[in-house]
Design a protein around this ligand. Structure first.
Ligand code: GLA
Length: 492
């Protein structure tokens, strides 16, 4: 009996376990398994930075067990599967981040009770209007590291990108923000100040460098304890982080909900974003404020209230025609919410990343410009083909995006896979884009009377061929290549 009890105790999985996996940027990814074993049933929670799973199924015991963790955030359900055994006083575990991801092995040791628990919801300020910061009178233009580099962004890469933008014509065309996305963060010090990880030895020096090129620099954080990639977020340090960014000389913050979803409720969102809006304002430095919460909670109705200069309207873009076109062509109903200082953000550009044809990338650039979307290039600017450069540098198309009136285009006509979008411009011109979403080329006819224009166009310019187009009747037809566009600027 004594023996059995002792053996039973030694082999009990109950407890708080920590597996810490070092990453090559000097940070580590921590997984906490808070387990309770009752006979043949194991319950509890698993937390890997921003992911917080409830154990919903288990098999086995200390000699060999499996755990299924489930996370539900109202919209999506995620599962994670762990398999493991207890050896001495450690857990040897294997897991997959996604069903199709490679197997990860890890070893967990006992951790103090309570360590790694998901922190509590913070009290939030009552709602008020955060004054407009005066920025983004036209949609922001620049570059962001995520689409191409994800966790591979580093100091050298950001400097190279700034060099490229300053010398390849992009700066002159209006691309000014060089934005570092997720994975720059290191640990906090004893005073709670955030430091960058090994990839960014000196943020202030980097900001100085980017500024010396006549450009501006952006950074990324989350209202949660962790970001989407599992790095340190601004939870409980909002004011302090805003001050740090201002001290470094940061000009742009993308603030990503991801890691906050297990802490706050959807209805807390406005107050959560207001808190950072106030914190940025209190620094006295103009910092452009980009809200990233994928269009939840009708963000366009309250984004300007928290001094948001742009807000994502959808989930993440991918470098494919399917993803880009699904996002881009779904934005018509949001047109009324865009305007100088505050823009809808259908996510960053994939132009030049290789997953679409040049025709498709021209459509991407045209559609985003019709939508008055931010133009944040997301490709490797040290290797750009001349054709891709021409797409990014098309001044006629950029002028549509940057039109000072700030009206967003709407879909004015649609028949099957063909759509005509119209954007009213300052001084009475219009941008008119004839899109063909089918794979085969198609003739698309703009019948002016049905498109909501004031009057019939007398002159027009094709913004990709850079030719004047003859306008002499009630309609205009063009052969539009599959997945392509004919984009015009028309006037009276
Ligand atoms: C989310 C955002 C992306 C990117 C990643 C970084 O998915 O929507 O744009 O910032 O997080 O982890």
């Amino acid at each position: 009996m004594g023996m059995a009890a002792a053996a039973g105790f030694a082999a009990d999985l109950t407890g708080n376990w920590l597996a810490s996996q070092p990453l090559n940027d000097g940070t580590s990814r921590r997984t906490y398994l808070n387990l309770r074993q009752e006979g043949s049933r194991i319950s509890g929670t698993i937390r890997t930075s921003q992911f917080y799973y409830k154990i919903t199924e288990s098999t086995g015991g200390p000699d060999h067990f499996t755990l299924t963790g489930t996370e539900e955030d109202g919209k999506t359900t995620r599962h994670v599967l762990y398999e493991g055994k207890m050896v001495g006083d450690e857990l040897r575990l294997t897991t997959r981040r996604r069903p199709d991801a490679p197997l990860v092995e890890m070893v967990a040791h006992r951790a103090p009770a309570g360590e790694g628990a998901m922190p509590a919801r913070l009290a939030l300020p009552s709602l008020h209007k955060v004054p407009y910061n005066g920025l983004a009178k036209t949609p922001p233009m620049g570059w962001n590291s995520w689409n191409k580099f994800a966790s591979r962004v580093d100091d050298a890469g950001v400097r190279q990108t700034a060099d490229a933008i300053a010398s390849n014509g992009m700066k002159d065309a209006g691309y000014v923000y060089v934005n570092i996305d997720d994975t720059w963060q290191g640990e906090r010090d004893a005073q709670g100040n955030i430091h960058a990880n090994k990839k960014f030895p000196d943020m202030k020096a980097l900001a100085d460098y980017v500024h010396s090129k006549g450009l501006k620099i952006g950074i990324y954080s989350s209202p949660g304890p962790n970001t989407c990639a599992g790095y340190e977020g601004s939870y409980g340090h909002e004011v302090q982080d805003a001050r740090t960014y201002a001290e470094w000389g940061i000009d742009y913050l993308k603030y990503d909900w991801c890691g906050a979803r297990n802490i706050y409720k959807a209805e807390d969102m406005q107050a959560v974003y207001q808190k950072m809006g106030d914190a940025l304002r209190a620094t006295g430095r103009p910092i452009l404020y980009s809200l990233c919460q994928y269009g939840l909670d009708d963000v366009w109705t309250w984004g300007p209230q928290v001094s948001g200069n742009l807000w994502r309207t959808t989930g993440d873009i991918r470098d494919s025609w399917a993803s880009m076109s699904k996002i881009g062509f779904s934005q018509s109903d949001l047109a009324q919410w865009a305007g100088p200082g505050h823009w809808n953000d259908p996510d960053m550009l994939e132009v030049g990343n290789g997953g679409m044809t040049d025709t498709e990338y021209r459509t991407h650039m045209s559609l985003w410009s019709m939508l008055a979307a931010p133009l944040l290039a997301g490709n490797d600017l040290s290797h750009v083909t001349p054709d891709i450069m021409q797409i990014l540098l098309n001044r006629d198309v950029i002028a549509i995006d940057q039109d000072p009136a700030g009206h967003q285009a709407k879909c004015a006509w649609k028949s099957g896979d063909q759509e005509i979008w119209v954007r009213p411009l300052a001084k009475g011109d219009y941008a008119v884009a004839l899109f063909n979403r089918a794979t085969d080329s198609a003739k698309v006819t703009a019948k002016w009377a049905g498109l909501g224009l004031k009057g019939t166009p007398k002159h027009a310019r094709d913004l990709w061929s850079h030719q004047n187009v003859k306008m002499d009747g009630p309609e205009y037809s063009a052969d539009v290549p599959g997945h392509g566009v004919v984009m015009l600027r028309v006037g009276r």
